[in-house]
Every structure is written in structure tokens, then in C-alpha cells.
Design a protein around this ligand. Structure first.
Ligand SMILES: NC(=O)c1ccc[n+]([C@@H]2O[C@H](COP(=O)([O-])OP(=O)(O)OC[C@H]3O[C@@H](n4cnc5c(N)ncnc54)[C@H](O)[C@@H]3O)[C@@H](O)[C@H]2O)c1
Length: 253
């Protein structure tokens, strides 16, 4: 197989929640393209594993174990990575903690935790990234197909992801003059450890039957779309939400 073009050589990209799932796949993909990747996660062993996987392939990464749900901690993470990298070109706000609960059972603690990580955390991430980006820069937020259409028990999750779409558009307006682009992807069901508790074979089969491309998402599908939005290939695109869903969001299959 031929070597990937090192289109991110000399660039640095920070990814939150990069110890697993979509974040990890994106970290590996960007490192193969030559980026210096900031690997943040709450779990130290996950950070170490992602960094080791990147280095084993000859890539470069900086591991930062930290909870990014609080503004001051997020600021520390971004400042540390930007300091070590000497610049910040891209940021992927990917970390989330997800629970599905029927409306009648939604508990305040669940809402609070989901909001702190998946909603406020993205605001703090964009704010801190913008502070360190000289421009041009690119921020990619991870929304969800659930921000467009809902499954049972997803009041909090769907609400947050629709909010992520709104804040992506608004931040693009605020940051455009500084040549900082802000976009989001909206993945459909993509098997990862984080989604295991909400998935079953019957529901997967139903989803596949409703998807024009006739399969579930894969973490590499998401990594490629995120990479496009981080790259110069999308230099005139901002404020957009890109569904990466095999067509399920637009079909009546
Ligand atoms: N997998 C899917 O089907 C799917 C679909 C739509 C959207 N998404 C979104 O994609 C993103 C990644 O999801 P995933 O499926 O890869 O999840 P995952 O659970 O596999 O990975 C998420 C990572 O984030 C880390 N994390 C959680 N809280 C954190 C915090 N406070 N600070 C730092 N790191 C933290 C976790 O330790 C974990 O390693 C999420 O925003 C999720 O909502 C996923």
C-alpha cells in the first residue's frame, strides 16, 4: 500500500476524548497524515494506549489526561498542548458521556453530567482553542444524527446534540473574521465501546435495513469526515453540520 500524503505535516490538532472510539480513530488518521496530535482523555490508560499506537506507526502525539468538563481544566489542556506544539491548527471537541433514559426517569445528575461534558465542554473547548489559534484554524464539533431525529429515551442526548449544531453555527459567525472555521459532523450509529450499552442486534439490523449504504458507520468513516473539515480542502466551509450517516437521515427505506 502506498504511503498516505502527509497533508497535515507541520500542523497540530487537539482531540478531546481521543482515548477510544471515534476520537482515537481520528487521532491515528491525523497522525498518519503527519499531524502532531494532542490526545486528551479522562482515562490515563486510554491516553497511553492511543499515544503508543500512534508512536508505534512512527507518528507524533502528546498525551494529556484530563477531565475537560470544566472551563479552567479545558483551558489548561489547550494551553499545554498549544505550548508544546508551538501552534494550534485544529481542535476536535469529541468527548461525551451518554445515558439514555425515558423522560419520566431522567435524573438531575444525569442531565448535569451530560451537559457538563457534551454541551458546556464544547463551549469551553471552542473558547480555549480560539484563544490559541492564530488563524487559519479549524474546529470540528461532534454532534449526532440524534440532533436531527430521535430514538426512545434520548431527550437529553438529542437536546444536547441539537444544541451542539446551534453553537457550531453561532461560533462560526463569531470566529469567521479571524479565519477560524467551525463545523460539526453528525454521525449515525457507529459501534464503539461508548455505544455498547444502547445497542442490540435487532436494532442494528433494522438500522442497516434503513440505510442506503446498507451498513452501520465505522469509526474510520467519522475520522475521514473530521479530517476533511480540519483540512484546507474545506477552506470555504464553515458553520455547517455534515451528516456522516450512510444516507439514513434522508431515506424512506
Ligand atoms: N458512536 C456512535 O454511534 C456515535 C453516534 C453519534 C455521535 N457520537 C458522538 O461521537 C463522540 C465520540 O463517541 P464514541 O462513540 O467514540 O464514544 P466512546 O465512549 O467510545 O469514546 C469517548 C471517549 O471520551 C472520553 N471522555 C468521556 N468524558 C470525558 C471527559 N470529561 N474528558 C475527557 N474525556 C472524556 C471517554 O473516556 C472515551 O475514551 C461523542 O461526542 C458521541 O456523542 C457517537
Amino acid at each position: 500500500m502506498s504511503e498516505p500524503h502527509r497533508t497535515f505535516a507541520g500542523k497540530s490538532v487537539l482531540i478531546t476524548g481521543a482515548g477510544n472510539g471515534i476520537g482515537k480513530a481520528t487521532a491515528l488518521h491525523l497522525a498518519r497524515l503527519g499531524a502532531l496530535v494532542g490526545v486528551n482523555d479522562l482515562r490515563e490508560n486510554f491516553v497511553a494506549e492511543t499515544v503508543a499506537a500512534i508512536e508505534a506507526e512512527g507518528g507524533r502525539a502528546v498525551g494529556i489526561t484530563q477531565d475537560v468538563a470544566q472551563r479552567d481544566l479545558m483551558r489548561e489542556v489547550v494551553a499545554r498542548f498549544a505550548g508544546e506544539a508551538g501552534r494550534l491548527d485544529g481542535m476536535v471537541n469529541n468527548a461525551a458521556w451518554v445515558r439514555y433514559q425515558p423522560l419520566a426517569e431522567i435524573a438531575p445528575e444525569t442531565v448535569e453530567r451530560m451537559l457538563n461534558i457534551g454541551f458546556k465542554g464544547i463551549i469551553w473547548g471552542m473558547q480555549a482553542a480560539a484563544e490559541h489559534m492564530a488563524g487559519p484554524g479549524s474546529i470540528v464539533n461532534i454532534a449526532s444524527a440524534a440532533g436531527f431525529r430521535s430514538t426512545p429515551g434520548s431527550v437529553v442526548y438529542s437536546g444536547i446534540k441539537a444544541g451542539v449544531m446551534g453553537m457550531t453555527r453561532a461560533a462560526a459567525v463569531d470566529l469567521g473574521a479571524r479565519k477560524i472555521r467551525v463545523n460539526a459532523i453528525a454521525p449515525s450509529a457507529t459501534p464503539t465501546e461508548g455505544t455498547m450499552r444502547n445497542r442490540n442486534a435487532e436494532r442494528d439490523a433494522k438500522r442497516i435495513a434503513q440505510t442506503p449504504l446498507a451498513r452501520l458507520g465505522e469509526v474510520d468513516d467519522m475520522a475521514r469526515a473530521i479530517t476533511f473539515l480540519l483540512s484546507d480542502e474545506s477552506q470555504y466551509i464553515t458553520g455547517q453540520v455534515l451528516p456522516v450517516d450512510g444516507g439514513i437521515g434522508t431515506s424512506f427505506l
